[in-house]
Design a binder for this molecule. Sequence first.
Ligand code: ATP
Ligand code: ZN
Length: 226
Amino acid sequence: TAPARDRLRIAIQKSGRLAEPARSLLTACGLSWRQSRDKLFCYGESLPVDLLLVRDDDIPGLIADGVCDFGIVGRNELDEQGAARRRIGLPDAYQALRGLNFGQCRLMLAVPEEWDWQGVQQLAGKRIATSYPAILADWLAERGVDAQVVELSGSVEIAPRLGTADLICDLVSSGATLAANQLKPVETLLESEAVLAGPVKTPDDARAGLMAMLLRRLDGVVKLQD
Ligand code: ATP
Ligand code: ZN
């Protein structure tokens, strides 16, 4: 188990779609840090709450390992890593505590425009490119569909044109990227948004009070935005 701490650590994305909104939200909760936007670590000034600036992919693991207490990350990433852990028999180590009303997108199946989509049974024997192999594998298994999951870390949308897959499973917001690649969305696997993630078990030291206070402030701020 991780050692006791008297300062809270929150992991947010260093750069990317969630970086600015996450920082603004925490600022609206009354947090401030010594200026070090280019650094990994920002020391909290107004409260003993520090920031870790990381890749979004690292956030679930940092919470699982007890390195961070909270993280702001897409539900897509949290669910993928949770599903991957479950597939290898690891216990749940984090949970989504609050939806944050930004970073909305959908994890969707998209097929070449010329396909006449008739339903999931059409996926049998097909190759599906994705960066979300565990969510996709669970979704296919629940429907009893035997398709091949091709894991790609990026540029998933060009896989059908390259011939490395027949269709894709990827994040969609406007749909412009799909259209530009002659793909059309056909099924939604997950409705995602940025979430505040935390541990399954609250630490039993000074952090517990800080976590409760931050959740209260966050609820106030997110409610005001509605
Ligand atoms: P990092 O360098 O931190 O790994 P990344 O390239 O994985 O960055 P971003 O593209 O910044 O991540 O996306 C972060 C999150 O933003 C996604 O995981 C998702 O929750 C959300 N998001 C919202 N709309 C979209 C979209 N159209 N495409 C991809 N992600 C989106
Ligand atoms: Zn990432």
